[in-house]
Write a protein that binds this ligand. Structure first.
Ligand code: ADP
Length: 491
């Protein structure tokens, strides 16, 4: 058996959701993979499972299967596809605890957050089960009487999805649900750190037919990605991950002018104005910054606090952060789990060291926690300035760097001074300022007096180098549809 007791103390061996191979054309298979790779628990460093290291050959087989299955899937009435997705949603909700345990084990986030992620992922599946039936076209008044003009929408075809480890269930659901809803088929490559959640997706048990949804597990992201981008049967790539890899994929897709949706890095500003409700701002900062141990692309990365409330905000935030329980996500009450791996931990550590060496002060935290897991203590830094690494790069950890500002103009200029444009947040009272700032921030999403913005009902996505396309809401379906214009003449 490819699972270890480190996993099965949380999830039973007989779980219907544990799988130790990829999934191609309705068959659980390792393909021709001769090697395996290990999946670790970041809270303990223990090996949870060994999975086949699948690569380009298996990806090609999955693409062939997805391509063959697509026309029949697209031809099914939307109501039938919707019913299957709804069943998938129901299975996720009914089995949320077991799915969350797999997620916490391989990713480390606290169990309650993992459960929240499963329900969040399920909400996308439900949303697109509903949207499947509402893919409307349009009629256009023709400029002459002998013609009629209309628009229909059709699925793009086979979609390759590549997803990261920070939301192992939700990132897949956000892509696969709209793709399947509108009649596309999918070859999905989850992150090598968190493949078990992907394999537990339940689509099979919900009645998704063979070939419609395929999963390739493997460590060689570049090889799998190259096949997905280079194979002309794949009509679209949907990727969530780093801007660096997004650029590679976009280049690889250029040869075939392949469609791409990209959810890339962020560098979210979080602004607190003097007239903000300070308690709400502190709560917002806690939610936005420390959720998932700061490992989300919409996490507050730079906190700008106006001079009049800077010290009060810093003190209140630091008091709450110092009291946050850190530990194994399976321990009751834990709010901050481990970072995903040593590389993630080293980056957070170097950002803090860089800031401190340039004059920042540690109000709380500031250190890695010794032991087997990759833990960093939740941190608040004051006296942070624009020359520090934390100002330019995504820290992806539980560190809140507090910058001081004086005027609205100044903070907008600083907030926009980045190549990224995913999420931004601000807290203010005055309505005029609220509108002015909301419109001036160059970001795809803006949270106003809240630190939590994600919802299946909202269009998630960025501008500038944070990406292309939107996930969630009715706009999320458009990413998987082609517009076809029909013109009837000689009437
Ligand atoms: P992170 O730094 O958060 O791990 P990455 O962008 O490196 O983000 O990884 C996100 C996903 O992209 C993972 O599934 C990873 O395996 C995959 N990946 C990494 N490099 C490539 C590549 N060159 N081509 C395709 N996929 C890749």
């Amino acid at each position: 058996m490819a699972f270890t007791t480190a996993l099965t103390k949380h999830v039973s061996f007989s779980s219907r959701f544990l799988r130790d191979t990829g999934y191609i054309d309705g068959v659980w298979t390792a393909g021709d993979a001769s090697r395996t790779f290990d999946v670790l628990n970041p809270a303990t460093g223990e090996v949870l499972a060994s999975l086949p290291d699948m690569g380009a050959a298996e990806t090609r087989d999955a693409i062939t299967a997805a391509h063959a299955a697509q026309p029949a899937w697209a031809a099914r009435p939307a109501k039938e596809r919707a019913a299957i997705l709804r069943k998938w949603h129901e299975l996720m909700v009914a089995n949320a605890d077991e799915l969350a345990a797999i997620l916490t084990a391989e990713m480390g986030k606290p169990f309650a957050e993992a459960r929240g992620e499963i329900l969040y992922a399920a909400a996308y599946v439900e949303w697109y089960a509903e949207e499947a039936k509402r893919i409307y076209g349009e009629t256009i008044p023709a400029p002459s009487n002998d013609k009629r003009m209309m628009v229909i929408k059709q699925p793009v075809g086979v979609v390759g999805t590549i997803t990261p480890w920070n939301f192992p269930a939700a990132m897949i659901a956000r892509k696969v649900a709209p793709a399947l809803a509108v009649g596309c088929t999918v070859v999905s490559k989850p992150a090598e750190q968190t493949p078990l959640s992907a394999l537990a997706v339940l689509a099979e048990q919900a009645g998704v037919p063979a070939g419609i949804f395929n999963v390739i597990v493997g460590e060689d992201g570049p090889a799998i990605g190259k096949e997905l981008c280079g194979n002309d049967k794949v009509r679209k790539i949907s990727f969530t991950g780093s801007t660096e890899v997004g650029r590679i994929l976009m280049r690889q897709c250029a040869d075939q002018i392949k469609k791409v949706s990209l959810e890339l890095g962020g560098n979210a500003p979080f602004i607190v104005f003097d007239d903000a409700d300070l308690d709400a701002a502190v709560e917002g900062a806690l939610a936005s910054k420390y959720r998932n141990a700061g490992q989300t692309c919409v996490c507050a990365n730079r906190l700008y606090v106006q001079s009049g409330v800077y010290d009060a905000f810093a003190a209140r935030l630091a008091a709450k952060v110092a009291a946050m329980p850190v530990g194994d996500g399976f321990e009751a009450g834990v709010m901050v789990g481990p970072l995903i791996d040593d590389k993630g931990l080293a980056k957070v550590e170097s950002h803090v060291e860089d800031a401190v060496s340039k004059g920042a002060k540690v109000l709380t935290g500031g250190k890695r926690i010794k032991g087997a897991g990759t833990f960093f203590s939740p941190t608040v830094l004051t006296g942070v300035t624009s020359g520090m690494q934390v100002a330019r790069e995504e820290t992806f950890g539980p560190v809140a760097p507090l910058f001081r500002f004086d005027t609205v103009e100044d903070v907008i200029a600083q907030a926009n001074d980045t190549e990224f444009g995913l999420a931004a947040y601000f807290f203010a009272g005055d309505l005029k300022k609220v509108w002015r700032v909301a419109e001036a921030l160059e970001y795809g999403m803006v949270g106003i007096n809240t630190g939590l913005i994600s919802s299946e009902a909202a269009p998630f996505g960025g501008i500038k180098q944070s990406g292309l396309g939107r996930e969630g809401s009715r706009h999320g379906a458009d990413d998987y549809l082609e517009i076809k214009y029909l013109c009837i003449g000689n009437l």
